[in-house]
Design a protein around this ligand. Structure first.
Ligand code: SAM
Length: 287
């Protein structure tokens, strides 16, 4: 089957439908078959898999997924792409495209209806303006899925897989690694897209853990502690945690740090996820 992603075919489709790229919807289409193969191989899709694709564009990646997976449900916000997708994917009877904002749609309900609650794989060359909200929505809502294989801005991928005491380590690293095991697949230059983005990209796979990495008694409190600790990166933990959203008196913070054996002069960026969990669990006893 002719590939939608070849530069020639993509330009032909864009011209034929007089499609106007929307910068605000993060529309940068892939035109490199090598990179598409890397996404597909990285996602390890088989004929058993139901895949949810976020933002199919003109169907470049969708076509590759359709050839490997049992079925693909693609969610696209831009309704001007619907007639194009209808045509470009007409030979694939295992693809369904729906016109929705992925941030507003009830993904769990869709999976329940379409796939009877079977776990899915999520794939997408994501619109960069909403990468974090999309990923966090899928993780926080505990969508039944085994992995997310996504193309994102390189710096964001680095933050997702960062380890403690590095400059990239932050609240996003803890949030992603609480739910997943991240693995970078390939770094991608701007030249493989039309139009070219200003930044470098990376394909990363987030393998969703059966259970979150650490046991926390109060998830909301855990993430408040994490956000406070990173919110004031230059402050010591004692100061950051006693002046943030946790609203804990300094004496309590001091006590909790002492009882978990964490030096109050350390900064949030040095704490492992395990230490954040121990600290949050201590606060949940004291607050
Ligand atoms: N998958 C195509 C490719 O690789 O060539 C297109 C990727 S492009 C980077 C991102 C796609 O996501 C665009 O088609 C855009 O319209 C769509 N999109 C942007 N925001 C969205 C949202 N909130 N919900 C669903 N799709 C969205």
């Amino acid at each position: 089957m002719e590939k939608i992603a070849s530069p020639k075919k993509t330009k032909e489709i864009v011209n034929q439908y007089q499609f106007k790229f929307s910068k605000s919807l993060g529309q940068n289409f892939l035109i490199d078959e090598n990179i598409l193969m890397k996404i597909i191989d990285g996602a390890e899709i088989s004929k058993e898999d139901h895949v949810i694709e976020i933002g199919p564009g003109i169907g470049s990646l969708t076509q590759y997924i359709a050839e490997k997976a049992k079925s693909v449900l693609a969610i696209e916000i831009d309704k001007t792409l619907l007639p194009i997708l209808h045509k470009t994917l007409e030979d694939y009877d295992n693809v369904e495209v729906i016109n929705h904002d992925v941030l507003k749609v009830d993904i769990k309900k869709i999976i329940e209806e379409r796939f009877k609650g079977e776990k899915v794989k999520v794939i997408g060359n994501l619109p960069y303006y909403v990468t974090t909200p999309i990923v966090m929505k899928f993780l926080e809502e505990q969508v039944p899925m085994t992995s997310l294989t996504i193309m994102i801005q390189h710096e964001v991928a680095q933050r997702m897989e960062a380890k403690p005491s590095t400059k990239e380590y932050g609240a996003l690293s803890v949030a992603v690694q609480y739910y997943c095991d991240p693995k970078k697949i390939v770094k991608v230059p701007p030249s493989v897209f039309i139009p070219q983005p200003k930044v470098e990209s990376t394909v990363i796979r987030l393998d969703v853990l059966q259970q979150p990495k650490v046991k926390v008694t109060d998830k909301k409190l855990f993430f408040t502690v994490v956000k406070d600790a990173f919110g004031k990166r230059r402050k010591t933990l004692l100061n950051a945690l006693s002046s943030g959203n946790l609203q804990a008196p300094k004496a309590i913070v001091k006590e909790a740090l002492q009882e978990t054996g964490i030096d109050e002069k350390r900064r949030g960026e040095t704490l492992s996820i395990q230490e954040f969990a121990e600290l949050a669990n201590m606060f949940s006893k004291k607050l």
